[in-house]
Design a protein around this ligand. Structure first.
Ligand code: DX5
Ligand code: ZN
Length: 218
């Protein structure tokens, strides 16, 4: 069954404890935490101390998505903060030695994720499949919640999911950006195993209902 990882990026941060407690009881599989440095993406969010505080009030796996210029100094910080998955971008200047970065994430006791921006070809992953526990295909240009899903992402998901099968590896195939109740079926059909959904879940009047539908339970 597909897993749902709600993103709290568009949530009201004065209410963040209540949002996390709501997600604890919503059927969410993971919680997606977007870290932005205002350099790699044109927006700033929160850092490891917020992740550490969230860790105290949930047992759900914390799926941390790093949109920063250089992720390398953050690997141990997010491990200490309690992240379960740590995902870096192939386009980050600090990921020139991407395989080393992914190995350092595993060495720090986390699952290693690697992400592609919409314009980055799937070939960027060719020699990194074995080092990734998760592949994150961005279906919007990262930086903001509530953007529109880019339909060309579907064929990229399909190509990457098929290539993983060919290579005999089984990373999670995660899709992030503009996922909603109208398009999630085609995203799952293309090969996604984890859906990130921010606006569609966190800003809904019935988040648990949306999650049930996305998991195919309603
Ligand atoms: C975009 C972030 C996403 C975002 C998803 O830069 O990586 O995780 O919060 O939000 P929605 O589902 O609203 O597009
Ligand atoms: Zn994200």
């Amino acid at each position: 069954m597909v897993k749902i990882s709600p993103s709290i990026l568009t949530a009201d941060f004065c209410e963040i404890g209540n949002t996390i407690r709501m997600l604890n009881h919503s059927g969410a599989d993971w919680i997606h935490l977007d870290i932005m440095d205002n350099v790699f993406v044109p927006n700033m969010s929160f850092g490891q101390s917020t992740v550490r505080d969230i860790r105290k009030i949930t047992k759900l796996p914390l799926d941390v998505h790093l949109m920063v210029y250089d992720p390398t100094p953050y690997v141990t910080r997010f491990a200490e903060a309690g992240a379960d998955y740590l995902t870096v971008h192939v386009e980050s200047p600090g990921c020139t030695h991407l395989q080393r970065v992914l190995r350092s994430i595993r060495d720090a006791g986390m699952k290693a994720g690697v992400s592609l921006n919409p314009a980055t070809p799937h070939q960027a992953l060719e020699y990194i499949y074995e080092d990734a526990d998760l592949i994150l295909i961005m279906s919007v240009n990262p930086g903001f919640g509530g953007q529109k899903f880019l339909p060309q992402s579907l064929r990229k998901i399909e190509v990457i999911a098929n290539r993983a099968v060919q290579l005999g590896v089984a990373p999670e195939i995660q899709v992030d950006g503009g996922v909603n109740l109208e398009n999630f079926r085609s995203i799952v059909a293309a090969g996604a195993t984890v859906l990130v959904a921010g606006h569609a879940v966190v800003d809904a009047t019935d988040p648990a209902g949306v999650i049930r539908m996305m998991r195919g339970e309603a």
